[in-house]
Design a protein around this ligand. Structure first.
Ligand SMILES: CC(C)(COP(=O)(O)OP(=O)(O)OC[C@H]1O[C@@H](n2cnc3c(N)ncnc32)[C@H](O)[C@@H]1OP(=O)(O)O)[C@@H](O)C(=O)NCCC(=O)NCCS
Length: 144
């Protein structure tokens, strides 16, 4: 498995949108608008590969000089439960740490809370609705 940053607007980015659509949006009957995608121009885009196939992804979006948000964490359903999600999140944490951020947080789907807890994240909010499903704010201090 390989992990790398990809560029907004590249052929890899198009593949990432397809993966995110399949794993995160289609099951909810939703899709991405052009505005959604345009707003990602300055984010850090991360993709995971098995041979040449993209099998996972996530994004990092700056909130402040101290805090960065993880979004769009997805692993292809054929390869879930094999440690790929943990590897992607570790990679994202290392990038965030290298950029000087102190805290990584996310809006975690209720169904994924156990995954983030395994990786050291704590729930920091009451339950709230996003994309029509329950979420929690979860976060972790990044050790230097
Ligand atoms: C959630 C997701 C990213 C996890 O990736 P993954 O590759 O399947 O997870 P891993 O195999 O790396 O799991 C790491 C650990 O978390 C646990 N875990 C994984 N998914 C879990 C879940 N949904 N609930 C509880 N624990 C979970 C695993 O059992 C494993 O534990 P272990 O270290 O004791 O063996 C992936 O299942 C996915 O894309 N799901 C659908 C989309 C989604 O919900 N994304 C998150 C949006 S907030």
């Amino acid at each position: 498995m390989g992990l790398k940053q990809i560029d907004h607007g590249s052929a890899e980015y198009i593949k990432m949108i397809a993966l995110r659509n399949e794993i995160l949006r289609k099951p909810l009957g939703l899709s991405f608008s052009d505005e959604d995608l345009e707003s990602e121009k300055h984010d850090t885009l991360i993709a995971a590969y098995d041979d040449d196939e993209m099998v996972g992804c996530c994004m990092l979006c700056k909130l402040s000089d101290e805090k960065i948000k993880l979004r769009q964490m997805a692993v292809h359903e054929n390869v879930q439960g094999k440690g790929l999600g943990a590897a992607i999140l570790n990679f994202a944490e290392n990038i965030a740490r290298d950029k000087g951020y102190k805290t990584l947080f996310m809006h975690a789907r209720e169904s994924a809370v156990g995954f983030y807890e395994k990786l050291g994240y704590q729930i920091k909010s009451d339950v709230f609705n996003e994309v029509n499903i329950p979420h929690y704010v979860m976060e972790k201090r990044l050790e230097v």
